[in-house]
Design a protein around this ligand. Sequence first.
Ligand SMILES: Cc1cc2nc3c(=O)[nH]c(=O)nc-3n(C[C@H](O)[C@H](O)[C@H](O)COP(=O)(O)OP(=O)(O)OC[C@H]3O[C@@H](n4cnc5c(N)ncnc54)[C@H](O)[C@@H]3O)c2cc1C
Length: 596
Amino acid sequence: MADYQAPLRDMRFVLNEVFEAPALWSSLPKLAENVDPDTADAILEEAGKITSGVLAPLNREADEQGCKWNEGEVTSPEGFKEAYQTIVEGGWNGLGGNPEFGGMGMPKMLVAQFEEMMQGANMSFGLAPMLTAGACLALNAHGSQELKEKYLPNMYSGVWSGAMDLTEPHAGTDLGIIRSKAEPNSDGSYNVTGTKIFITWGEHDMAENIIHLVLAKLPDAPAGPKGISLFLVPKFLVNDDGSLGERNSFSCGSIEKKMGIKASATCVMNFDGAKGWLVGEPNKGLAAMFTMMNYERLGVGIQGIGAAEASLQSAREYALDRIQSRAPTGAQEKDKAADPIIVHPDVRRMLMTMKGYVEGGRAFSTYVAQWLDIAKYAEDDDQRKHAEGMVALLTPVAKAFLTDRGLDTCILGQQVFGGHGFIREWGQEQLVRDCRITQIYEGTNGIQALDLMGRKVVGSQGKLFELFAADVAKFVQNNNDDAALRPYLESLSAALERLSDVTEAVIAQAAENPNAIGAASVDYLDLFGLTAVAYMWAKMVKVAAPKAEGDTSGFYTGKLKSARFYFDRLLPKTVSLAEGIRSGSDSMMAPTADEI
Ligand SMILES: Cc1cc2nc3c(=O)[nH]c(=O)nc-3n(C[C@H](O)[C@H](O)[C@H](O)COP(=O)(O)OP(=O)(O)OC[C@H]3O[C@@H](n4cnc5c(N)ncnc54)[C@H](O)[C@@H]3O)c2cc1C
């Protein structure tokens, strides 16, 4: 198994060369206060050291050990407490956080690279800082000044961690039917009662305190999603001077045995009149959660790329090392009994597919992060609104496409290893198991596709889609004279036209048929994702082509060859997807339940 190495060269390429992030940052005054190119580069370098040197070496052993539950206490795997301390000392939890409360205020474009490294190195561990950052986002956006002052500094530092408590045994996708209750007290606090399940790092021994953000219903709440409120419920109550007080009345009932991310604790949390404080307005808890969801959902998409990158690194090394059979064109390494398997076209198909999705996906996540930064920091209203539209449209694509392709990539990596991919020792089977959850949590990928197709595309009657289409069309128009790019631009334009036609077709179908959206949605998201990643590869070609001549490192020439593979072998999948979507819902809705 190759040791995970943070892909810093490609991250720098994407950030500095493809997206020219430093120029964007300096154009946004509130961001320019916090970040400059040297600081950003030093952060990347240090993040690479910590993730490759501290987190990755714990990954396999921790998966074998798992977390241990005893009388409500959860012990994390060996080495996690010390690694968590390293993250705390470096201030990594607050990398993107609000500087007013101790965060570092770094742009999401940079934070996204750190997140990818952390998730690629050790996904189970990475969930703890990820959940804390998510809880901080919701608190920063919706909490009262008093709550922010009391909790955010220790959460950004990581001395206290965060957990998100949404799911209940009978309510996952449909949070409108949760049963947890919050009764008001005379001092302005609430007593929260109910059972939450699947709460990631809901209990553990790495941080002094755990701050839960819990969805619950007030006594007079309306039924459904409009009757849900958000509460901050700390494990230990916090005194006015900031010191820790008595233990709150909730506990971890058990932890789950599960397929992957075994080194993270997935907790049943029982709240029994636990003291909590309202975050945001009564009955607006779901809206408050949605503030953070665009960030979290991109973060889960990034988990997919992280796992896929780790799988690619190992598979590439193995394919160079493992010898089996001779190349179809004749022996390549005559002094050996057989050639390395990288000579075989099918092994190359697998490796190039992996590279196409990993590097294209990294560029796409950075593209989405760029819109998140503009939405957060732009001072011009139109610029901000435009960016918010892009974020709304692209977030479900980033979450679902990057995790679907992330799992595909890990499975291909496993396949490159043949039988050894199925065996514990090589690490590929863990990546497959770990990556699988990314398609399920933070809203299943089916629900992401419904969000894209129903709320975003049909819901806006195509207006949000037009923002993306215009961005691609502008790129094509601006680069028409670029000879190296021209062949790619033709295919990209054709794919965009295909996507636009299908978009119109589904909007029309949806006006007549209530099943049209659900029938089209997953394939539509795939079609969208393949097209968006093609756009990313075209952007990479634009930068790489002039630098490829005389490139002895293989980096830029490799980019051009990978782009060609993507356009020749992966983008054409859009043709069959489009045809399937156009066929409508009849073939899936016609069978009775007995006939399925
Ligand atoms: C390891 C792990 C960690 C987790 N961490 C957390 C956490 O930290 N905090 C937290 O609150 N939750 C967490 N979850 C819960 C997770 O977010 C939910 O499992 C997920 O949202 C799906 O909910 P569900 O399991 O109830 O499935 P259901 O909602 O029962 O869905 C079952 C199936 O039906 C489909 N479906 C449901 N409704 C529709 C619809 N309207 N249209 C079409 N299809 C539909 C779904 O896509 C899915 O395929 C975690 C789960 C796991 C397994």
